[in-house]
Structure formats: C-alpha cells, structure tokens
Design a protein around this ligand. Structure first.
Ligand code: ADP
Ligand code: SF4
Length: 688
C-alpha cells in the first residue's frame, strides 16, 4: 500500500496537449548503445515503462547530419530510414501508459562531425568545444543557415511524430545543444538580430518553437532543456539570465526542463554532489512561468521528491541515474516497497558507457543494457533449475549479488564471509572521503537477503578448500576478492620496483584498515581511477604533507569517464596536495622516491617519510585454485561446479563485480552454450 505522503507524486499532470500519468519523469540519458544497439536501447526504455515512469525520454538524438558528436554513440534521425529503429523505442516507452519523448539535438559548437566530415555550424565562429579538444572550428551561421536549421528541426519533428513520440525536448543544456549556444553570450557573439540582447539571443529558440508548434504542436508537447547556470561566470548564460529568459518567454515551451551547467556539473558523482544539489538554483523559477517545471538532482528518496513538489520547487521529478539504478522506482513507491528501492550510489559508472563507446553498465543494476542482449529483467528472474544448493564464499559486491539473484531464483544459498562485517571492498571503501553512498551496494543486497528464508549467512567464516569439500553444496562460487599490491607492479613497473626496506610503504588496504602514514607522504598513483586521488585526500585530511605522483598527464585520469576528474584535481589542489604529473617512480629509496619523467626519463628526488602505492591488485583466488587442484574429490563431495567471479577472477571496478555476480546466478543450471556468443547482438544490415 502506498504511503499517502507520496500520493502527490502520482498525480496526473498536463504537459501541453497531453497528460502524464504521474510526476516521474525520466529525463534524456545516454547509454552507450544508441544507434549501434537500437533494440538493446529500446528494451532498456521498456523496463522503465513497466517500472511506472510517467514520461520517458530517449538519449540525445542527432537530428541532422551536419551536426554529430562522433565518437559518442547517441541516436540518429537524419533521414526516414532512421525512423523504424527509433519507432521501436517509442513503442517500448508507451507499453504501460507513459508518454514517449525524443530529445532532438543539434550540437553546434559541440559537434566536431568526425563521421560526416561536414563543416560544423554554430552561432559564432569558434573552436569546437568537446571533451577531446578536437582541432576543428565552427563556421558562423548566416541567415540562410539559420533558415535551413529551422527547417531541419521541423523535418525532425515530423519524423519524430511519425515514429510515434508524444513529446519533443529541444536540447539547450550542458553546453551540448544549439539553443544554449544561441542563448549564451560566450558562444553567441553575433551582431545581428540573433545576438546581443537577451531578446535577440532568444530569437532562435522562439522561432524554432513557433515552427514546431505549427508543424506538430496540435498533438505533441514541446519542452526546452536549458542549464540553470552555464557555470562560467557572468559571460555565460547565468542563473540570473536564465530567470530573465524564462520570465520573458514564460509560455514558450509546454514544459521547462532545467538541467545544470556542464554535464559534469549536472551529473556530479555523489563524492561531490548531494541529492537535490540544484535546489537553490531552481527555487523560484516555477513562479516565473505558468508552464510546469522538471528538474534533476539524483533523487532517490521519495521524501525528498515529495518535498520538492510540496514546496513548489518542481512539478516533475526528473531522474536519469536513479531510473537506471532502479527502473522500478515509481512502482516500488506506489506499492509501498520503499526498502526495495535499489538506490543509485552516484558512482557514474553508467556515464562510462557513453564516454568509452562501450555498453552502459550500472554498479547497482547489473541488468541495465542487458535487457535485450541477455534477456535480463531488473525484477524478474527464471526459477531455479534442477540443482538445489549454492555456497558463495565472500560477501563483496560479487558474492552478495550472486547470492541475491540465486536466492531469488529459489536456490538454497549460503554465504560464508571471513570477516565479521559483510560487504567486502564496499564495507571498506564506504569509509573513505566522499564514498559513503557506495555502501548502498552492500546495504541493498543485505536487506534483500535478510528477507529470504532460503539464505543462510555465515560471518567470521574464512573457508578453506578442505572445509568446502566437507560441506556438500552442489555449486561453489568463489568471490573472495583481491588485495592491493605492495611491490609497485602496475603499468609503469610490470615487475616489482626497487623498494628500500627502510622506507615505510603503505597500500590502500593499509589505509582502509586505519594504518595512516604521517609526515611527508608520497602517494604514487599508477592505477588511475579514483583510489589514488581519494587516498591523497584522506592523507591530507589527516594532516600529512602530501605529494601525488602519477605517470599520467592527469590526476585520477580515468575519472574523466565518470565526470569527476576536474573536481578531483580541484579538491586536491584546494587541500594543498602537491601534484606531480607525467612522473613515475624509478625507485623507492630510504629517504624519498627517485622520480622519472614519463617522457625523458629525467630523474629527480622527492624526500618523504612514507610512500603509499596505489598500483594494482592481486586476486585472492587460493581457495579456488585449491579446489581446482582437487577436482577428483568433487563427485564424492557432491560438487557439480566451482567458479571464480569478481575481483577474485580479475580485479576491476565494483560494477564489474555486481555484473559477474548476477551473471553467475543467471547461468546456474543453464545449458552450456559451447562456443556460441553469450548475448544477442544487432548487426548492421548490408545495403544492396
Ligand atoms: P568482489 O569485489 O569481487 O566482490 P571483495 O574484495 O569486495 O570482492 O569481497 C571479497 C570478500 O571475500 C571479502 O569480504 C573477504 O573478506 C572475503 N573472503 C576472502 N577470502 C575468503 C575465504 N576464504 N572465505 C570466506 N570469505 C573470504
Ligand atoms: Fe547510479 Fe552508479 Fe548506477 Fe550510474 S552506475 S545509475 S551512478 S549506481
């Protein structure tokens, strides 16, 4: 039964000529699949429909070939030929009464056109602004270009309607969409009637919205997505100007979709941004226009959502990441199943699908983007097969997810954990600065396991192969994790580095166990994800004089993919951490580290009292290896299978471990596929 406090979230709401069945609004979000994997992307949206969202959007859809953002994989609507694949997505969105929205993007100053080789067009002639600083400039649009672009929007709108969409979102946020490029003085330096005053800079948006209203506005709702502040100071489209713009054009779209700053600002990880982080920026905007307002803020708490509506901040609760982590979030609130919500942890692994052109992954929801490929549903799973019992060794993300999913299938599940605390690496990492929300990976799963009578948990049970053979479980899942190396082996050093025994050397495991160095500390980061930066932050907080040394050109290099690299650098610089980029460590000496330039191998010395090595990890797979060595004893012990998963198989981010755990449970008693591909794939149709 739904808690009446949340009734307000389920009120139907008008958007232009249409009515959304509730206030849950899945804002546009990328997924890595896009035009390359249209059926996978469509099936992913279908789970949101089933999960109760009132409005569901596509990712950004490139609406004309003269503006595209290769290498990033979004959707395309360049010609009629593109209609069937996006129509499949629209149909999937509408299966449970949701409104289907398409986000039309013309990337302007953000589109380098690496695929189409067209000259980019933008309000003013400036270098293309992308993550990769492509060496390309845009040509300033003349009046004919503007007229053409208006017509292209109309063409795209008509195709969207044909494809079955209900809403069109015009993208003008995050520095990515041309509407912002016209609205901001930073990117619009024109001297004609499209530049200068706010009135003039708004002209393009007014014209396109008027064109679309004529073309499709009788049946479709039109929304405009802008950032609440461009976050580049007064020259940019600031919060004050956004308010002026909305007040001046109060009835322009059917709904205001308010994002924030750049994508990094808008989708900041939980390490840097709290839930509802944009509240101050959005407060009061609803009073400027009669049109409804949607905003985002990694909303996972129904209390916060209800408050945002009751206090008049928003009309719709916009979610991207919370809808990825739990596509069934609205339904769970509706059914009074608040404790079952799989809360987003704000790690931004989902973003890496887009950033790496890989396939989207979610740490919390391993079924994300596997709905079509592998037939995985976020809430449903096949009943168990012929065997009965599973022993899972290790309660990290891999073990807990394997246990949760296997238990859901109906197996008798036992989880043995060496320590008194469950959660593995997550139990440790949640104690680090800014990472407390990551604990939800364990909390969600432990709660689910606690609800089931077919699960036995055994803390304080460090198992040996001998003990496992004595127990009589049919399936053994080894999820025993990994340990950080203390010998410097990673990328710079593929064999142990020279380390003087007089220098105190610490690993991340030491620091997470509370053994903190003191004095002058060198943190050597040859891992390049978050750990080096987090530990530099921790040591600085504890009063150490910290120097971060990395062979990379960037602090925490890979976190560019999780949209936090610049924030990490800023935070460390703010804490007074000395940052030495493009620098390796040739040797750890008694009184300091001998550095080596990545490019010239020029040597230097940093004197220090301790070294923290953030390099690589070794799998803790001894139980697995011991069991494999005793394969001859399995039949007598009743063992049908022994598998190693997660970090114990090969160390990787937490999302890899939850994926491995989930896959393990799905594969129990499944037929052997032999050499066949273990997932479905969409292959481009060859033209005649
Ligand atoms: P993953 O990310 O693959 O889930 P973790 O390192 O987070 O790996 O978790 C592994 C867990 O397994 C840790 O909590 C660790 O204490 C536990 N563990 C390791 N060896 C054993 C063992 N022999 N018996 C039981 N638990 C173990
Ligand atoms: Fe949230 Fe992380 Fe999942 Fe993204 S990957 S939805 S940030 S839990």
């Amino acid at each position: 039964m739904r808690d009446p406090r949340y009734d307000i979230l389920f009120e139907p709401m008008a958007i232009g000529p249409l009515t959304a069945k509730n206030r849950f609004y899945q804002v546009p979000h990328c997924n890595g699949g896009g035009y390359r994997d249209p059926s996978a992307a469509a099936a992913m949206r279908a789970t949101k429909a089933e999960g109760g969202w009132g409005v569901i959007f596509t990712e950004q859809t490139e609406m004309h070939h003269s503006s595209e953002i290769t290498p990033f994989i979004e959707l395309r609507l360049w010609e009629d030929k593109d209609i069937p694949s996006i129509a499949k997505m629209a149909a999937a969105m509408k299966t449970h009464g949701a409104l289907a929205g398409i986000q039309l993007a013309y990337s302007g100053i953000n589109g380098p056109n690496m695929y189409t080789k067209e000259v980019p067009l933008a309000p003013s002639a400036l270098p293309i602004r992308t993550f990769t600083n492509d060496p390309v400039q845009a040509r300033a649009m003349d009046k004919t270009d503007i007229k053409n672009l208006r017509r292209w929007f109309v063409n795209a709108a008509k195709r969207s309607k044909l494809a079955g969409f209900d809403l069109i979102c015009l993208y003008g946020a995050h520095g990515f969409g041309i509407f912002q490029h016209f609205l901001s003085r930073a990117t619009n330096q024109r001297s004609d009637e499209y530049g200068g005053s706010l009135e003039n800079r708004s002209r393009f948006a007014r014209e396109v919205l008027a064109d679309l209203r004529d073309a499709v506005g009788d049946t479709m709702a039109l929304t405009l997505r802008v950032s609440l502040d461009e976050t580049i100071g007064q020259l940019g489209f600031s919060n004050a100007e956004v308010r002026d713009f909305i007040a001046m054009n109060a009835e322009l779209p059917d709904l205001w979709d308010l994002a924030m700053g750049t994508w990094e600002d808008c989708s900041g990880p939980s390490r840097f941004k709290e839930e509802a982080a944009q509240e101050a920026w959005v407060t009061g905007i609803r009073d400027l226009s009669p049109r409804p307002v949607v905003g985002v803020g990694r909303f996972t708490s129904p209390d916060v959502m209800a408050r945002m509506i009751k206090q008049g901040r928003l009309d719709f609760i916009g979610c991207a990441r919370p809808s990825i982590a739990d596509p069934f979030l609205p339904r769970k609130i509706d059914e009074g199943r608040i404790d079952d919500i799989r809360e987003c942890i704000g790690c931004n692994i989902c973003v890496t699908g887009d950033m790496t052109q890989g396939m989207g992954r979610c740490t919390q929801n391993p079924t994300w983007m596997e709905e079509w490929r592998r037939g995985w549903h976020p809430e449903k799973i096949a009943a168990k097969g012929e065997s009965q019992s599973v022993l899972i060794i290790g309660s990290g993300p891999a073990g807990l997810e394997a246990a949760r999913a296997a238990a859901l299938r109906g197996y008798d599940v036992a989880v043995a954990e060496a320590l008194e605390t469950y959660g593995g690496r997550v139990a440790r990492e949640r104690q680090l600065p800014g990472l407390s929300a990551w604990g939800r990976v364990a909390d969600y799963r432990l709660y689910q396991l606690g609800q089931r009578s077919n699960v036995q948990m055994y803390p304080g049970s460090r198992l040996s192969a001998e003990e496992v053979l004595a127990f009589g479980f049919e399936h053994i899942c080894v999820a025993t994790g990994s340990t950080w190396r203390a010998d410097g082996v990673a990328r710079q050093h593929v064999v142990p580095m020279a380390i003087h025994p007089q220098m105190p050397v610490f690993t991340p495991d030491d620091l997470m166990a509370g053994r903190i160095p003191s004095g002058r500390v060198v943190v050597f980061d040859d891992d390049h994800y978050y750990m080096g930066g987090v530990l530099a932050e921790l040591c600085a907080q504890k009063g150490c004089d910290v120097t971060l040394v990395t062979p990379s050109a960037f602090v925490s290099d890979w976190t560019a993919n999780t949209l936090e690299q610049s924030q990490i650098h800023r935070r460390l610089a703010g804490l007074g951490v000395a940052i030495r980029l493009n620098t390796g460590i040739a040797a750890v000496q008694a009184g300091g580290v001998e550095t080596s330039c990545t490019y010239t191998d020029a040597r230097g010395l940093i004197e220090c009292d301790a070294v923290v090595l953030v390099t690589s990890r070794t799998s803790d797979d001894s139980v697995f290896l011991d069991l494999m060595a005793r394969q001859g004893d399995w039949a007598d012990a009743g063992i049908r299978s022994v598998k190693v998963i997660g970090d114990a198989a090969a160390p990787a981010p937490i999302a890899w471990a939850t994926h491995a755990g989930h896959r393990y449970a799905r594969d129990l008693d499944a037929p052997d596929l032999g050499d066949a591909l273990p997932f479905r794939r969409e292959v481009t149709q060859i033209e005649d």
